[in-house]
Design a binder for this molecule. Structure first.
Ligand code: ADP
Ligand code: MG
Length: 229
């Protein structure tokens, strides 16, 4: 019975993704078709302005497909093992520093004193944290502060990523992780879909605390690495 449940949940996700994908790709295709048809009817070469619009739409379709493929199969090689959480956090922050600066975002990293070895896939965990940091930055259009903390307890570690950005209302929070759900002009709405899935694969969990104008905190829990597995 449980397996059936999982199967039907999966089918629901696939159907949701297919519907979202169709919707996302249809708009640019309609635009492209319109411009090509117009150029043909006018029996004139496509103008520079239209050319750029068409290329932009094609790039958008490509981006959606690329993100979708990453979501469906982020990296076929699963390499779970002992991961130094603090090293991963430091790497991610280093990776994002120039972007944080460009967004006028200052950052604080507060790693607790104890060692934090979690059971995870290092690259996938990095991908998740990059997604969350990216979202934080994008939520702070007028700058702000991002704070990353870690806390290690008996069974696992907790990472929080907090921002002083626009925050989210209840309706938005409920829809987080739904494929293609985005409030951004150039968003794909796949970042959290993928992140939630990856954390689930690592037997962890994700929590959100947010309110409009109050900023957002994402909390990730990951189980400890254990010698005997
Ligand atoms: P995308 O970033 O492409 O929109 P995501 O799946 O990463 O897709 O995020 C989905 C939506 O969730 C965003 O468009 C935004 O509305 C909301 N969101 C996610 N993280 C935050 C955050 N830190 N602050 C405010 N809103 C957020
Ligand atoms: Mg995102």
């Amino acid at each position: 019975v449980e397996r059936e449940m999982i199967r039907s949940e999966r089918l629901k996700v696939v159907a949701q993704m297919a519907a979202g994908f169709a919707h996302e790709v249809r708009n640019p295709l309609t635009t492209i078709r319109g411009f090509i048809q117009l150029a043909h009817q006018n029996n004139a070469p496509i103008s520079r302005e239209y050319y750029e619009l068409v290329i932009g739409e094609i790039d958008r379709v490509n981006k959606i497909i690329k993100e979708l493929l990453k979501t469906a199969d982020p990296d076929p090689e699963v390499e779970e093992g002992k991961v130094d959480l603090h090293q991963v956090v430091r790497d991610v922050v280093t990776l994002q520093e120039s972007q944080l600066r460009a967004h006028q975002v200052s950052w604080r990293v507060q790693l607790d004193d104890s060692d934090a070895f979690v059971w995870a896939d290092k690259n996938k965990l990095k991908q998740v944290l990059v997604n969350l940091v990216q979202n934080s930055m994008e939520a702070m259009t007028d700058g702000g502060t991002m704070t990353i903390t870690t806390l290690t307890a008996e069974n696992g570690s907790v990472i929080t990523i907090q921002d002083t950005g626009i925050g989210m209302d209840e309706k938005t929070i409920e829809r987080l992780g739904t494929p293609f759900f985005t409030n951004k002009e150039t968003g794909t709405g796949l970042g959290l879909t993928m992140s939630y899935r990856l954390i689930q694969e690592m037997n962890g969990s994700v929590d959100v605390d947010s309110a409009p104008g109050q900023g957002t905190t994402f909390t990730i829990y990951l189980p400890h690495y254990r010698e005997t597995g």
